[in-house]
Ligand binder design. Structure first.
Ligand SMILES: Nc1ncnc2c1ncn2[C@@H]1O[C@H](COP(=O)(O)OP(=O)(O)OP(=O)(O)O)[C@@H](O)[C@H]1O
Ligand SMILES: [Mg+2]
Length: 277
């Protein structure tokens, strides 16, 4: 049984804008899934179906094998946490600490447990220094991290992040990569995220869905997707810079293996230069 599955999911916004066409998407346990696609491809619309914010126009969404109903929606939202693309849609309390406490408090948890979860979330996301700040006065990247912490504090089994690194500084992106990888490795969480930064994808995902004009046009492992340069460019995307560089060297006759993550490519180059990793 998959944690999340959509079957032939179609969605049309009021005003007759069809945003999703027959989307079949699967998120298994412990998966790290990237959803990539150009502006307007349908990523955010798809994500809003994962915990019942949107209802399919046709087709279905199953969470742990069950359709989302009025009766189970509370549990579904405990199970699937979504960080929206725009943090202003998610942050509204007078202080950061209170904002992060809002979700766990709503779950009916004891104050002590809530406090513990808030501290953990602040630590994991690396924003302890913002605990007493007014969310409204934070920078865009700081707000983004507060929104992520708010969902992490709910301790969902599936964490859905819509453009999590948009607006983050380089250290913020590194922190995000580390925290994202530790969530799946240490806690066995399933992480689903969208991004326009294709170079980030091999670092934190194992599986990729490519969307274009509301449809899934390709899906597969990092190796399967990032060899399809023409397909990616046809949907306004690109191959991450490291495999692109290696492919170019290979085309110039350099005998070098393919690599996707920084670590893999570093090892490939060290080997090519006769150095030990
Ligand atoms: N509230 C709305 N009403 C009508 N159409 C909408 C609405 N929200 C989104 N759309 C349309 O649905 C389509 C998919 O939008 P969506 O926001 O899901 O794309 P996206 O892949 O998340 O894009 P981006 O990369 O810009 O975030 C687009 O054509 C968009 O114009
Ligand atoms: Mg979006």
């Amino acid at each position: 049984m998959h944690l999340i599955e959509t079957r032939d999911l179609c969605y049309t916004y009021p005003g007759n804008v069809t945003a999703l066409h027959h989307v079949n998407f699967i998120a298994p346990r412990k998966a790290r899934i990237a959803v990539i696609g150009s502006n307007g491809a349908g990523k955010s619309t798809l994500f809003k179906h994962f915990n019942g914010i949107f209802k399919p126009t046709s087709g279905s969404v199953l969470v742990q094998g069950e359709p989302i109903t009025k009766e189970n929606i509370r549990n579904v939202r405990k199970f699937v946490g979504i960080v929206f693309q725009n943090p202003d849609d998610q942050i509204f309390s007078p202080t950061v600490e209170q904002d992060i406490a809002f979700g766990p408090t709503n779950l009916g948890l004891d104050e002590e447990i809530v406090q513990h979860r808030v501290c953990e979330a602040l630590r994991i996301v690396g924003i302890e220094h913002l605990a007493n700040r007014v969310p409204h006065h934070l920078s865009g990247g700081e707000k983004k991290r507060v929104a992520i912490a708010g969902v992490v504090a709910m301790e969902p089994q599936v964490l859905v992040l819509d453009e999590p690194t948009a607006g983050l500084d380089p250290q913020g992106v590194r922190d995000f990569n580390n925290f994202c990888n530790s969530l799946s490795q240490k806690y066995g969480l399933t992480v689903i995220f969208s991004t326009h930064d294709v170079s980030l994808v091999p670092e934190i995902a194992d599986y990729v869905y490519v969307m274009n004009k509301g449809a899934i046009v390709a899906s597969g492992t990092i190796e399967e997707i990032f060899v399809q340069m023409e397909m990616l460019q046809s949907v306004r995307l690109d191959v991450p810079v490291l495999p692109k560089l290696i492919r170019s060297l290979q085309e110039h006759g350099v005998d070098i293996n393919m690599g996707y993550t920084f670590g893999e490519v570093e090892a490939v180059f060290l080997e090519a230069f006769g150095k030990k990793a």
